[in-house]
Ligand binder design. Structure first.
Ligand code: SF4
Length: 197
């Protein structure tokens, strides 16, 4: 019987264990499942319309492809995946972006404005008109209550200290410019952009 060193024995053992661990995971019955998996994907998005979009979550700005298809007269979202042609993400998405489809399809998605009155423990469904009026009233009240015309040294500052603004990651340059103008016109000085955070 050939002699086997301790090092060779350990190497053989490790290779055998790795092989045993990989076989059931990748190929339990010895079949090549890749063509079947690809076929299933082909069928799901076959004939679907490809729409290019951006992940809304962060300032990296990964590109997405959304596949939609008209089923029973209604457009349905079938799949969202990273855009392989994008120089930003080259088809990849982080775990958050990979769940982007749930933004549209989750049963827990909030589809109507919800309002919780001061002191209340309940959310109420309200109209967009109600919400926009409420926002405008609250912004005006905060501005009126916290506007500082002069600082402690008598310098004219005309600033609103009770409001802060954070721009969203999906802002275009134009939207960022517009939002900054609007906030500055209210005297807001605490302005931030998620791309910098
Ligand atoms: S996929 Fe991830 S990294 Fe890319 S934009 Fe979305 S959240 Fe940011």
């Amino acid at each position: 019987m050939p002699e086997i060193t301790r090092r060779e024995f350990l190497k053989l053992g490790a290779a055998g264990t790795a092989g045993m661990a990989l076989v059931p995971l990748a190929n339990p019955l010895g079949f090549d499942l890749a063509p079947a998996k690809k076929r299933a994907l082909d069928l799901r998005i076959a004939g679907a319309k490809e729409v290019h979009s951006l992940c809304p979550y962060c300032a990296v700005g990964c590109s997405l492809i959304a596949y939609t298809k008209e089923i029973n007269g209604k457009a349905q979202l079938l799949q969202i995946e990273g855009d392989p042609d994008s120089p930003v993400n080259e088809g990849r998405l982080c775990p958050k972006g990979a769940t982007a489809m749930q933004l549209a399809t989750s049963s827990r998605r909030v589809e109507k404005p919800q309002y919780r009155a001061p002191g209340s423990s309940k959310w109420e469904e309200k109209s967009w008109d109600f919400m926009l009026d409420k926002l405008a009233q609250n912004i005006k009240a905060s501005r009126d209550n916290t506007f500082v015309a002069q600082d402690a040294n008598g310098n004219t500052v005309n600033r609103t200290e009770g409001i802060a603004f954070a721009g969203g990651a999906a802002f275009s340059s134009e939207e960022g410019y517009f939002a900054t103008k609007l906030m500055r016109s209210l005297g807001v000085v605490h302005i931030e952009q998620q791309a910098r955070v």
